[in-house]
Design a protein around this ligand. Structure first.
Ligand code: DGY
Length: 323
């Protein structure tokens, strides 16, 4: 029997690519240049499975391409707001993602950004790199203490809970959160967490706000000018979720005019293009979407896609099926 044909849209860890080569008739992307819309359409027409990631926008136009051969989209990543899920469903395409394996590493990056922003780490490093540091002084780069402060989480899924765990048990932080659903009592007890009724309640009270909601139309610009104005002037905003959850222009204004003290961002509206307004600010720490970027996690994400594909081609239900 011939092997299923699989197209991988970006370069993956080599040990996972080696397994793909063994199991499938695979087209890898050695150059790692993102595929164009036409190339993505061709992939859907010529392969049984396409394995995209966050940089591949699979719009309804692309998914509606005629003469499709593809039956499964095995996304390399947990977030899937770059895939038009309704069209995928209508087209009978199975979509899978890679939950669980990136939870801790993404929460680590959120915690890293929280600490960087609170302790003005980016400013400090710039001072040294620009050879401007002339020595210790009692009033230099004074930041905010993290230990014992209140962390407000918007969204309380796996990554938010992992961050809460690190913040509560590691830094003695008090945990408050907004979530449309009630988490299990065991988690509430372990983290001594308090659920608030509205996003506004969390924004008003927290010293640090970290965003953990999915991207997409429902959460686009959830953090806007009005909501930023509710935050404390000493508060920091952390975003490791999706860039468009925050209105960038409003955040730049908030940071410039001191409505809040700082921000730590791993994701951006329209990334990899970043609003140049951020480059003019001292009080923002910027990372290039590093949430899941560890050796262990990226290999585990690849293995998760492999497991989903194996189940699908064996006629079984893939473990991480989204639609
Ligand atoms: C995810 O898994 O959603 C990360 O943001 C990378 O795609």
């Amino acid at each position: 029997m011939s092997k299923p044909k699989v197209v991988v849209t970006r370069k993956w860890p080599s040990e996972v690519e080696a397994q793909l080569k063994d199991l499938y008739d695979v087209q890898l992307n050695e150059s790692d240049i993102p595929m164009s819309s036409d190339e993505l359409k061709l992939a859907l027409q010529s392969a049984d499975a396409i394995l995209p990631t966050v940089t591949d926008v699979l719009s309804s136009d692309i998914l509606n391409v005629e003469n499709k051969r593809a039956r499964i989209i095995g996304n390399f990543g947990v977030g899937y707001n770059h895939i038009d899920i309704n069209t995928a469903k209508l087209q009978g395409l199975v979509v899978t993602n890679t939950p669980h394996v990136l939870t801790d590493c993404t929460a680590d990056i959120a915690m890293l950004l929280l600490l960087m922003s609170a302790r003005r780490a980016s400013e400090g490093e710039r001072l040294i790199l620009q050879k401007q540091w002339i020595g210790w002084k009692p009033t230099q780069l004074i930041g905010q203490k993290v230990t014992g402060k209140t962390l407000g989480l918007i969204g309380f899924g796996r990554i938010a809970q992992a961050m809460a765990r690190k913040a509560h048990h590691g830094f003695g932080m008090r945990i408050i959160f907004y979530s449309p659903s009630q988490p299990a009592q065991g988690i509430m007890d372990e983290l001594q967490a308090t659920r608030y009724e509205t996003v506004e309640d969390v924004l008003t009270e927290a010293n640090f706000v970290s965003l953990h909601c999915p991207g997409g139309e429902a959460t686009r610009h959830l953090i806007n000018e009005q909501r930023l104005k509710l935050m404390r002037p000493s508060a920091h905003l952390i975003n490791t979720a999706r860039g468009d959850v925050v209105d960038s222009k409003a955040l730049i204004k908030a940071l410039k005019e001191g409505w809040i003290a700082g921000a730590g961002l791993d994701v951006f509206e329209g990334e990899p293009n970043i609003d140049p307004g951020f480059f003019e600010l001292d009080n923002v720490s910027l990372l290039p979407h590093l949430g899941s970027a560890t050796e262990e996690t990226r290999v585990a994400m690849g293995n998760r896609v492999l497991a989903n594909l194996a189940a699908f081609f064996a006629g079984e239900e893939p473990g991480d099926r989204v639609v």
